[in-house]
Design a protein around this ligand. Sequence first.
Ligand code: KG4
Ligand code: ZN
Length: 358
Amino acid sequence: MRHTQKNKLIMIILGIETSCDETSASVVTDKKEILSNIILSQLKEHEIYGGVVPEIAARAHLDYLDKIIKAAINDAKIDFAKLDAVAATCGPGLIGGVMVGMMAGKTIAAAHKKPFIAVNHLEGHALTPRLTNNVEFPYLLLLVSGGHTQILIAENVGKYKRLGTTIDDAIGEAFDKSAKMMGLPYPGGPHLEKIALECNDYHKALEKFPLPRPLKGRKNMDFSLSGLKTAVRNHIEKLEGETLKKEDISQLAYSFQIAITDIIKDRIKRAIDLYKEEYKPKNPTLVVAGGVAANKTICKSLTELSEKHNMNFVAPPLKLCTDNGAMIAWAGLERFKKGYNNNLDFKAKPRWPLDGEI
Ligand code: KG4
Ligand code: ZN
């Protein structure tokens, strides 16, 4: 706790994130102040493998987490005694990394006699728009990251209804795998977006590199991306013999982004209808969260769709879209204020669906 100038108490929480390849710690208050948010990306460690290697990730978290936590506490100009609670990602994710962050969180909580809060990484993404914007429940949530693709209704803290998910690859994964086939560096998503911007003949791009929209028009709200990825591979194989020209890559990347955007729009339209009909929200809002929310083409199309349906559209700032400790601290805070905290024998969960018990 700390006092404001008006002598009001402020709640302060430390959040730890280690579920994938970002080692991060952050201090956040219930007044929505991010006092610190230190993020170390292990890009170099995984780059040569073209993807995250779980054992290397876990070791890197182990090597750096202490320093990252210390930096987060120093940057926030507090000490551990001032914390009200300690939150850590306890799943879903790569179990080695999750264990490192969870154990560090439990140790700090035990040593300083603070409550421990086990946070679902997906709830961290899901609640971020309440930290950055004053979004009220219930809101429609599109969660799109490297490991997850879900359409949910966020009804309350700890309460989510899943409307659709992917039956094969996640959208971020489709970006990353397609980018890799195009010879782009890891992680592929942002590189694919960048090279698509260099496409100077949209019409030709769509004609030369047509791509499917799997499940488009189906009544459910699920996604399937593996067919799209295969179609990208087929185009690249057809070009074999010729060296892959930059112009081809930028056109294929453009066509890929348009296909993904079409697929998302089609699925989300159904979700909007259901959300409005079943929940009759006073202030209907569509939120996009997760790393892929950084993609401007996707965000632009969701903005237009929201306008058309008289809804607010919220996408958190880039730094808070991808994995970070502030989202975990904030989710911890929201849970703590609701009276949730966890015992120190809480077990890490490699799989932990948001619409289950959280
Ligand atoms: O949420 P996140 O940081 O980590 C997971 O929990 O997965 O998301 C990372 C994913 C990666 O697949 C990355 O390529 C993708 O988000 N991504 C993007 C963009 N920036 C990050 N995908 C498309 N366009 C982008 N600009
Ligand atoms: Zn994530």
